[in-house]
Ligand binder design. Structure first.
Ligand code: 5GP
Ligand code: MG
Length: 262
């Protein structure tokens, strides 16, 4: 891993021993080049100089691709840079999911059930969770969103629900990212029961009990968090940060930048 500070900001490059940039890779931001060489370059050239801005072309056009993408060049500013602090690490998330996966497995081991993932926030959590549950299950999706894009729960809009045949007479496990005021899961649970579900239980990655405005508790929950807006592992701010592998708190500067951009 190498780093270079250029006029337009810091960049970093990564290479494995077979893809070593042959000379200092950066001459200046707009004219920064990286010489990439190695047997994986296809089809003819074994070595080629690319502009930083053209590095995307390594993998797609020109039939000039790396078999494996060991050599990459990218701006150092990433979603990680907008995080004030990590609240729940990847390792802690894995352990938390293992724990509730066991609870869920023993709760359902002799009953058919369907995991209903509430999009978009629970997509990362639900996909990791179901792979830790070894008993048969089905998967369905439900999409709900708040009006507006702030940091508080607002009125809920249900964008789509599973087919009636996926709901009626089934044991459902609603999986959501975070239980905050509780209004979302109360509303979704009622909606599923009204549509004929036999039983509806709920599972959340995060729980903020101090924020509850309705009488509701999740049947399964991984972590309790304080009253603080969090992002990552599926949770967003202004549509971003879902791809962080951990749960963290955003820097004020990032809030302001994204709020200003709206
Ligand atoms: P509730 O209806 O329980 O108040 O809100 C649940 C929804 O509010 C969550 O599914 C999530 O979309 C949003 N939410 C609540 N707290 C947070 C938070 O700290 N961070 C993020 N990204 N979303 C939150
Ligand atoms: Mg949500």
């Amino acid at each position: 891993m190498g780093r270079a500070n250029l006029a337009g900001g810091p960049f970093q490059w990564k290479s494995c021993d077979r893809h070593v940039p042959s000379r200092p890779p950066f001459q200046g931001k707009s004219r920064a080049f990286c010489r990439v060489r190695g047997p994986e370059l296809r089809p003819k050239a074994r070595s080629r100089t690319l502009r930083v801005s053209n590095l995307g072309s390594l993998t797609a056009p020109h039939r000039f691709c790396l078999k494996s993408a060991e050599t990459t060049l990218r701006p150092v500013h990433t979603v990680h840079d907008d995080i004030e602090r990590i609240l729940i690490s990847e390792q802690e998330i894995r352990a938390g999911i293992d724990r509730i996966a066991l609870e869920i497995t023993s709760a359902y081991h002799e009953r058919d059930f369907t995991v209903v993932a509430v999009l978009k926030g629970s997509c990362v959590f639900a996909s990791d969770l179901i792979r830790r549950i070894p008993v048969p299950l089905e998967l369905a999706f439900l999409a709900a969103s708040s009006y507006g894009k702030g940091t508080t729960s607002q009125d809920l809009r249900i964008n789509f629900v599973p087919l009636d045949s996926e709901i009626a007479g089934r044991n459902l496990l609603l999986v959501d990212d975070i239980l905050d005021t509780g209004r979302t899961l109360v509303r979704l649970k009622r909606e599923m029961l009204d549509r004929g579900a036999k039983e509806v239980r709920t599972c959340v990655l995060l729980d903020k009990p101090s924020r509850r405005s309705v009488d509701f508790e999740a049947d399964f929950r991984c972590f309790e968090v304080q009253d603080l807006f969090v992002v990552g592992y599926g949770l967003d701010f202004a549509g971003r940060y879902r791809n962080l592998p951990y749960v963290g708190a955003l820097k004020t500067a990032a809030f302001e930048r994204l709020q200003g951009a709206r």
